[in-house]
Design a protein around this ligand. Sequence first.
Ligand code: ZN
Length: 408
Amino acid sequence: VYCNEPGDFHDEHVFPAGLGGDNNLQLRDLVCYVCNHDVFGPLDQELMRSSAVAIMRQFRMGLGRHDGKRSAPPKLDTRVTELFHPILQLYVEEEVLPGGRPHTRPQILFNGQDHPLIGSDQAEIDAFVDRLASVLASTAQLIVKEGRGREAVFHVTTLTWDGQQYVQNGVSVEKRAPKTGIWLEPLEAKSEGNKDCYYASRLFHRREGQLVLRALPQNDVAVLLTEARLVASQTQQHPPMIPHDISAPSVNVSMSMDMFRVWRAMAKIAVNHVCHEYGDSIVRHPTFGMIKRQILLEGLPPIEPKRWDAPQIEEIFSKDTRPIHVVMLWPAQLEDGTFRVCCGIRFFQTPFEGFVLAEGVPLPADSAPVIYLVHYQEYRTERFDWREYLLHAIVVPMFRAQQSLPPQ
Ligand SMILES: [Zn+2]
């Protein structure tokens, strides 16, 4: 239905499984492998890991579904996640786990003469120290990545241990990153008033396994690695400090979002629902050509989606505070008898996003608005027509609430 290629076909979730989509609601044999795997997969990933929706998902969704291959817990793609540590009075390298739980990565902070070794988990701290001991040997390598994808090159600085300290020993440019080494990234200290003293260079262990040195520009990296080697060899004398529970932690998340890709991911979800609701012949109609090209990005440049503003509908959904996503299809009949098909999507409690999918669509004359409610904690979807929904979700609960009020 998207690209007109004759197969081979894959099942496509009408609503992404990773956001709570129902396994029983799939487009069967209608989406080809290339669209499903090469286009929609990365778009869904963008939506689920690098968007405002991704942050909500990290807080609202649990450990993922438990049906085998889709059991991976939600994950955020951030450039930096840091927590303000109230005891150290410093930002520290952090993760936001499912349910919004903060988790401190194992790390060394280079705070003047003080080099605290911290983390939320003792086993992770031990693994970090072991790894440091093997990487900070008689030589050590610092890697800086430049460029992206196939264009990327790696600037590798080699340092040698002279018995007391590391000494820089030359830089080379490589096409491949060395297997053992420490990734060097600049630490961007955001000043809050005149308080950029809240930042110290830090060396930490990513969950994925890399060692990363996020260094302030005024620090000499050879000195930092020398200090790190001392800390790693003296953990018996300096037992690691595990932070106490921090109530209402302040966490900075820095992430790059591609709003056009996020919009394409939403438009794909909308067109999937049209296909499910009105049948594949409607999605094959030429009036859907433009939106499908935008989703597949055939032909440039990208154009801004045509917005559908529906403040009254948004107002109604804002009263529905259940743990749901909403997908609404709104066919409006035009003077010539064809339809303009609009779609509104609300993920979690984020604002309702409405856009026009197609105009001049030959829908049956009695086509009425429909709502899909995705109960994301239960991976279950309910479908209502608009009037049913108003009655079921708004009028009946309101009536019940009034009944239970004490008589005046
Ligand atoms: Zn295709």
